[in-house]
Design a protein around this ligand. Structure first.
Ligand code: P6P
Length: 333
């Protein structure tokens, strides 16, 4: 296949679908360039004095790694001067980040988890960046948190980068999912997989089984049926994977199918699951649905949820359509 760059892809996509106005193309290219910079910082490991804890906590109450903060700063600095954004929001920042007055404002809102999977940084396991793009509401004045609280169905673009053996960028603007691989020698993103599709069937599931004693009955039933294998009600054997980096688990599912689950459990009903709706579940749900998969919170489509808080958490069941529909149906019984 003739290799084309991210820029050429975006220009051609705009010609074909008219869904990538110049400002959105600039936004995507700026975020992609920031991911290149993050990939470089992550790749240095111990040689870059970037490992370990920053001895600070984020709004989630999680100890921040130095690379969490470095990645967040890279995305803020890359995006604030371009004139394409009205404001940004990040897992690492309690409140929204306004564009400094010295710069022009744009009509997009950018949300991101700058470095997802931080518990894997110090042990050299794949981590990544997740981002989601919304339009600023018509007639918005000074942006507020409320302006960000739009359902995932309002996203105009979403994507992630995985910093692994390869650095890849996976992107949707509403017309399918495409994968770009970083050519480190040229420093450019090259289209390597068009129109990724998730098989509707799968024999592979992803869940942190150490929480099994806390699960609600529908999850326990669903997972036990998978574990029962070919002598159980599913009459088939299943494999399990859990990388503990959502970007890596989702990339595997986009590449070969699977079902990913981070359910709510009995430990804390005020904390429904661990993953955040606005900058983890929503962008991944957009990508997964665009690739023919499904994404629910056990009760409804994740992208139909009306957000109430910027950092709210949500249970996540996503991936191969038939399995997501089955585990969601168990929640309805
Ligand atoms: P656990 C990473 O911290 C993360 O937010 C997701 O990327 C990942 O899927 C999940 O948490 C892992 O959670 O409880 O298995 O460590």
């Amino acid at each position: 296949m003739k290799r084309i760059s991210l820029t050429q892809y975006l220009v051609e996509e705009q010609r074909q679908h008219n869904t990538i106005p110049a400002e959105l193309r600039l936004l995507i290219e700026v975020v992609a360039r920031a991911c290149k910079t993050i990939s470089h910082a992550v790749g240095k490991g111990a040689l870059g004095e970037v490992m370990g804890s920053a001895e600070t906590e984020n709004v989630q109450g999680e100890v921040q790694k130095k690379l969490d903060i470095i990645s967040n700063d890279i995305l803020l600095e890359a995006n604030e001067w371009g004139g394409h954004l009205a404001a940004m929001a990040s897992e690492e920042m309690e409140t929204i980040h306004l564009i400094p007055n010295r710069y022009p404002k744009g009509e997009y809102l950018l949300l991101f988890d700058p470095l997802d999977g931080s518990s894997n940084i110090d042990v050299n396991v794949s981590i990544g960046t997740i981002f989601s793009v919304l339009k600023a509401p018509e007639g918005m004045g000074v942006p507020t948190e409320q302006d960000f609280l739009q359902p995932g169905s309002q996203q105009v673009a979403a994507g992630y980068a995985v910093y692994g053996p390869q650095t890849v960028l996976v992107l949707t603007t509403g017309n399918g999912v495409n994968c770009f691989t970083l050519d480190r020698e040229m420093g450019s993103w090259v289209l390597t997989q068009r129109n990724m599709q998730i098989p509707t069937e799968t024999k592979e599931f992803a869940i942190n089984s150490s929480n099994a004693r806390h699960w609600f009955p529908p999850v326990t039933r669903y997972v036990n049926e998978l574990l029962a294998g070919d002598s159980g009600p599913r009459s088939s054997n299943f494999n399990m994977r859990w990388i503990a980096s959502m970007v890596a688990d989702v990339h595997r599912i986009l590449s070969r199918g699977g079902v990913f689950m981070y359910p709510a459990d009995t430990r804390d009903t005020k904390m429904p699951g661990k993953l955040r709706l606005m900058y983890e579940a929503n962008p991944m749900a957009f990508l997964v649905e665009q690739a023919g998969g499904a994404a629910t919170n056990g009760a409804q489509r994740i992208m139909d949820i009306q957000p109430e808080k910027l950092h709210q958490r949500v249970p996540v069941f996503l991936g191969s359509k038939n399995e997501v529909e089955r585990v969601t149906a168990y929640h309805q019984e």
